[in-house]
Design a protein around this ligand. Sequence first.
Ligand SMILES: [Zn+2]
Ligand SMILES: [Zn+2]
Length: 346
Amino acid sequence: MRAAVFQGKGRPLAIETLADPTPGEGQVVLRVGRCGICGSDLHMAEGHTFSFEIGAVPGHEFSGEVVAIGKGVSRLRLGDRVAVLPFLSCGHCKSCLAGDPMGCPKQRIMGSLGVNGGYADYVLVDDIWCVNLPNSLGFDDGALVEPLAVSLRANRVSGIRSGDRVLVLGAGAIGLAAAFWARQSGASRIAVSATSHRREAMAQAIGADAFITPEEGRTLAEQSAAALGGEADIVFECAGVTGSLDLAVSAVRRRGVIAAPGFCWNPDSFSPIWAMVKEVTIRYTNVYDTQEFEIAVRALDRGHVEPRAMITDVVSLDDAPAAFAKTFSKWAYRVTIAAGMPPTME
Ligand SMILES: [Zn+2]
Ligand SMILES: [Zn+2]
């Protein structure tokens, strides 16, 4: 099979021919339908804190069709179309049985640490982490489920209630998905804050009421309060950059909640006094469980397909190295790689 392979920090990916995967017990092979290029893929290719090892096949936001089935697989059939929680795990510990792959002591995240990801024609996955796609959804939708599920976890722990004012820091996929779920949860006003206007139309399409960029002479807290008609009840910290936790605290109301799925790779300084004075709750979240994947699939299936606005481009697997390099320079994520698809479908 073809795969886009990591060649080292600062070097472009290269298309290489690798052995086709064969399914072990409890595993299936997928023909990859679509795979998203994630901001964390770009971070890892740059070698920020964590790095891919040379020879890695990145990609953890993928969907595909089951083309081979291993022993002991009873849930899936050939031809099933699925979105996948991108983990290999033991499959029988308490966490695995609860649908929580991150909690498995033997879990390995796909796309790094020696487990090939979705920038390839085929990918080996565990049966238990596949979620079937209904007929209403395509592989594009399937590749959006993973980032949607990341933000859904943050939405659920935030305790958001209908009528809440919501500020989202960051307009990458996780921030945009946070705005989507806030809308689904009945937020009264949603403002998304970013460093430039580039994703403003996307944010509006997905459900944001206001889009905030830095303004001379006004603090983010002032801009947010003006956009929301008051201090934010909930802030979703999805920027993952140093300083954003302080900004979140500045904009949230007394006894408000900050939910933080943002990946901040660098040490950050933080002034606890303001969080303490306001009695702010800060909740970090990491990935998702199978239930959150299923909720995301159901939301799209019910016709809430606004997240499709996040897809900026679709490229073939052969063009993936060039698209990856371009995405690097522009940081316009959500390019989806159409692996294994005939050209007419690209
Ligand atoms: Zn991702
Ligand atoms: Zn396990």
